[in-house]
Design a protein around this ligand. Structure first.
Ligand SMILES: [Zn+2]
Ligand SMILES: [Zn+2]
Length: 287
């Protein structure tokens, strides 16, 4: 499985995931031109995308939904309540190919299941996702705009091979920053975002042995820095787990997730008594 964050944060979100021959885009927060050119940088054609899946109705996730849909002919997957809100925004325009799902349902694509998980974020009907490759069993969690560590969320984390998770703010920076009180309370509240500490502890406490990497995402420009987010996470998660940080204004390099079956086969074929020097994930990433 291959994951590319095309941009992440309040200025726009869009994540590309390729699972075998199936290509999915999650959220439409950056322009069609940027989406197309950033995918092309990594050798992908936006016209080959099979579906545009929307997490929730906030503008950093849907601003370019209509243009992306019409320009590249991408079918749109979203819930009915989200569709209702989104369709009132002037830029959305006419959507001719919409497939509705209910929050909590699974979406089926060739060789792929996408589990949708209702979140506690203050959107009308927000969801986050677990993408599962049915052939290899690889599982990727795309967990942004969560609200807080809501009940049931941790159950999804234990058997993930990789996770992209929001790490929105550093609590002291938010507390001491210039944001008005109501905004601080919204971000820190039950319907806002996860802090660096929240995200790191969630991964530390619930991720399993098979986790290869974490990509910290949706960082605030005013209340966080990539260095701080990575440092907080590094202090909590095992050294064998790679940590990446999604860029607020640009694309990441492709992040690869190796099949847990291949990894298991490789480690079982190691000779007894021979210590494997590097964690399997570090051997493979960016190779
Ligand atoms: Zn949001
Ligand atoms: Zn957002």
């Amino acid at each position: 499985m291959e994951v590319i964050s095309l941009q992440s944060g309040s200025s726009g979100n869009c994540v590309f995931v390729r699972i075998g021959q199936t290509r999915l885009l999650f959220d439409a927060g950056i322009s069609g031109r940027k989406t197309q050119s950033r995918l092309a940088l990594h050798g992908h054609d936006v016209h080959d995308v099979d579906a545009l899946v929307i997490s929730h109705d906030h503008s950093d996730h849907i601003a370019a939904l209509g243009p992306l849909h019409r320009r590249f002919g991408l079918p749109v997957y979203l819930t009915r309540p989200t569709h209702r809100v989104v369709s009132k925004k002037p830029r959305t325009g006419e959507l001719s190919d919409v497939r509705h799902f209910q929050a909590g349902q699974t979406l089926e694509f060739p060789g792929v299941t996408v589990h949708t998980i209702p979140t506690a974020h203050d959107a009308v009907d927000g969801v986050c996702f677990v993408v599962e490759d049915l052939e290899s069993g690889t599982r990727f969690g795309l967990m942004m705009d969560l609200g807080h560590c809501f009940r049931g969320l941790s159950d999804w984390i234990g058997d993930l091979d990789a996770i992209m998770i929001e790490s929105n703010y550093d609590l002291p920076m938010l507390r001491d920053g210039f944001y008005p009180r109501h905004l601080k309370e919204r971000i820190h509240g039950k319907g806002g975002h996860l802090s660096n500490d929240d995200a790191s502890k969630l991964v530390r406490d619930h991720a399993g042995q098979r986790l290869q990497w974490v990509c910290l995402a949706h960082l605030s420009d005013e209340n966080n820095t990539p260095e701080l987010a990575v440092k907080t996470c590094r202090a909590q998660v095992p050294a064998s787990v790679q940590i990446h940080c999604a860029d607020r204004y640009d694309t990441t390099e492709p992040m690869l997730i190796r099949s847990p079956k291949i990894l298991a086969k490789r480690s079982s074929s190691a000779k007894p008594g021979v210590r494997i020097q590097k964690a399997a994930s570090e051997q493979f990433l960016f190779s």
